[in-house]
Design a protein. Structure first.
Length: 333
């Protein structure tokens, strides 16, 4: 009886943990010309705590048809239901409506989905972000893609992913990898700010029209441990470039440009200075640990930022333009 009780407790704890596991920024997309379908994503979840789950578990590809990402208070039952609706021939909007009305725990307000599908060679997309999904949360839709995220630094993560996805001229795998590079900023998943990374795991996968469900012909993933301070998107990029050649993936945004900028002093009392050897214009943004944008300004060569009106703690500083990006931290005493 005692052993049976322990087994019940172990099962309950495992199910409870799965129920509250979260996933953060991701993208699903289709290519109406090639028929490729793909998914990519990342999260500040240590996958060592979830034995039995593959790193790419939140994305499901339906070769020649579409793709679904299921995230935020993830439940396998909801993912299975979404799969059934895709296989039944529902459009993305119909799948979203069904999932809202038939959540496995009657809590659709906690869920987030991104769905794309080819219907008569025409791409369709839809997304859903529940009102009780952890902030910052939102989704961005395009004709053939859906980008969604929760527990984010802010809207900048989704906007940067979209910009990089659209700018990349390579195939679908290249565009998905570019989207992940767009989110490669410290604290993109706000829980990973203290880890000095965007996330703890990342993946990208693409299925060709003749692939078998569950066996995409292109799949790469990386999982790191909490506290290791390893950026998984950088590691994924290295693996990616060993097998793929793209136009812009890996250029400038993954290049280390920190030596061209000087931030001083750090820690600070009220003000800090930023100077650079570059001559072009940059945008500078300052975020708090909750992902709230506090300051945004354009500058050339140098600028001074005043944090006098903000409480002590860490702040994320993001400096970028169309070709370069730098993310760093500043501590106010």
């Amino acid at each position: 009886m005692y052993l049976r009780f322990l087994s019940f407790v172990a099962i309950f704890i495992f199910s409870f943990t799965n129920l509250f596991s979260q996933d953060t920024f991701s993208i699903v997309a289709v290519d109406s010309i090639t028929g490729e379908v793909g998914s990519a994503g990342a999260s500040c979840v240590d996958m060592n705590n979830f034995p039995g789950y593959d790193t790419d578990f939140l994305g499901e590809l339906f070769p020649g048809v579409g793709a679904i990402n299921t995230q935020a208070w993830y439940l396998p039952a909801n993912q299975e239901n979404a799969r059934d609706r895709m296989n039944a021939g529902d459009t993305p909007d119909q799948i979203i409506e069904w999932l809202e009305n038939n959540d496995a725990q009657n809590q659709p307000q906690k869920r987030q989905y991104g769905i794309v599908r080819l219907v008569d060679d025409t791409p369709l997309s839809a997304a859903f972000t529940g009102t009780q999904t952890d902030d910052y949360k939102n989704h961005v839709l395009g004709p053939n893609y859906s980008i969604q995220g929760n527990i984010l630094m802010g809207q900048v993560v989704l906007d940067s992913m979209e910009a990089r996805f659209l700018r990349e001229e390579g195939d679908l795998a290249c565009k998905l990898m570019a989207a992940l590079q767009g989110a490669k900023m410290v604290g993109a998943d706000s829980r990973c700010f203290s880890n000095g990374t965007s996330s703890l795991f990342s993946f990208v996968k693409v299925a060709q029209p003749d692939d078998v469900f569950g066996e995409p012909s292109f799949l790469l993933s990386v999982a790191t441990e909490n506290g290791a301070g390893i950026e998984p998107i950088d590691t994924l990029q290295v693996l990616f470039e060993e097998v793929k050649e793209c136009t812009t993936v890996g250029i400038n945004p993954s290049e280390d440009i920190s030596a061209e900028f000087t931030l001083y002093p750090n820690p600070i009392k009220n003000n800090f200075n930023i100077s650079t050897s570059y001559t072009e214009e940059f945008t500078l943004e300052v975020y708090n640990l909750n992902g709230k944008l506090l300051i945004s300004k354009n500058f050339k060569n140098n600028t001074v930022i005043n944090l006098e009106n903000y409480t002590s703690g860490f702040f994320l500083v993001r400096i970028f333009n169309q070709s370069k990006q730098l993310n760093t931290k500043v501590l106010k005493l």
